[in-house]
Design a protein around this ligand. Structure first.
Ligand code: ATR
Length: 273
């Protein structure tokens, strides 16, 4: 049976094995998918072992996405731009890397009828998670992208990196001007129930909000978005399922249905409450 896996540290709570098992069942694909805890100083060895044992492809999660990019023999353009890889596959001896996070986010937004083309988009945060999704947001023809971060210099650096893709600016939260059609929270602040300093007027009338994080309850950012009157108010579970679907398509050449898996995970989150 073809073997796939997700590498991370920690990895115990990864939903990827469940997601890919459902995708395989739906599409009648014979494969196994396991979670592998790679030692913090042993990612390369873990991947090599997996390949030697017949591994066909893998996902990579925190904290190894940048290391995975460095390990690959070839990278997709979006993975090169993101400087991070979440999807590996082998072509013979050649290790190929892609990054499906941005496409996962864009698919989830479009699925919920959140338009991107020509829109003003504010992205909060300038870490690895944000860097990973900017190439695809720009490819979706966003009109203007503003990156705001607690450490303003990091937002400016990131904006400079993506300048050639279109209208991208970066700075501190206090430099943000005007209203946005879409605000995406890519900070890790939600995880500690913290909120970047946002003002309701940053969200345009009919504007939408997306938290790349998710939990069993609405995140603090989602609560802010509801108060600010967001038209569509989403969290990152949809992105998780969509990015997995893109990986599955890369490996197997078939498109699974994401709705059924999303509903299953939502129900599980509900039970965990
Ligand atoms: P990730 O891989 O999740 O992107 P990261 O690279 O460590 O993790 O980046 C975390 C991001 O969340 C950064 O943009 C960080 O801001 P700084 O660059 O100023 O550190 C942001 N962040 C974390 N906690 C935050 C908080 N309480 N308020 C605002 N921003 C926060």
């Amino acid at each position: 049976m073809d073997r796939y896996a997700v590498f991370g540290h920690p990895i115990k709570h990864s939903k990827s094995p469940l997601i890919h098992a459902r995708f395989a069942e739906q599409t009648g694909q014979q494969l196994s998918y396991e979670a592998i805890l790679a030692p913090l100083d042993g990612f390369t060895e873990s991947v090599d072992q997996f390949r030697s044992a017949g591994g066909q492809g893998a996902n990579v999660t925190l904290p190894f996405k940048q290391q995975a990019a460095a390990l690959c023999d070839s990278l997709s353009e979006r993975a090169r731009l993101a400087g991070a890889v979440n999807t590996l596959h082998w072509q013979g001896d050649k290790l190929c890397g892609d990054n499906t996070d941005g496409e996962g986010l864009v698919r989830d937004l479009l699925k919920h009828k959140v338009a991107l083309a020509g829109k003003r988009v504010l992205v909060l945060g300038a870490g690895g998670a944000v860097r990973g999704v900017i190439p695809e947001l720009m490819a979706a023809q966003v009109g203007e992208l503003v990156i705001a971060n607690r450490t303003a210099a990091k937002a400016r650096e990131l904006a400079a990196l993506f300048h050639h893709l279109g209208q991208v600016q970066g700075g501190g939260f206090d430099e943000v001007q005007g209203a946005f059609d879409l605000i995406i929270n890519g900070t890790s602040a939600s995880l500690s129930a913290a909120l970047p300093p946002l003002k309701p007027e940053m969200l345009a009338d009919g504007g939408c909000c997306y938290d790349m994080a998710y939990g069993d309850k609405p995140t603090v950012f989602q609560l802010w978005a509801a108060d600010a009157g967001a038209d569509v108010n989403l969290a990152g579970l949809g992105m998780l399922v969509e990015q997995a679907a893109v990986s599955f398509e890369i490996w197997r050449g078939v498109s699974p249905s994401t709705d059924e898996v999303y509903d299953l995970l939502m129900a599980q989150l509900g039970e965990a409450k």
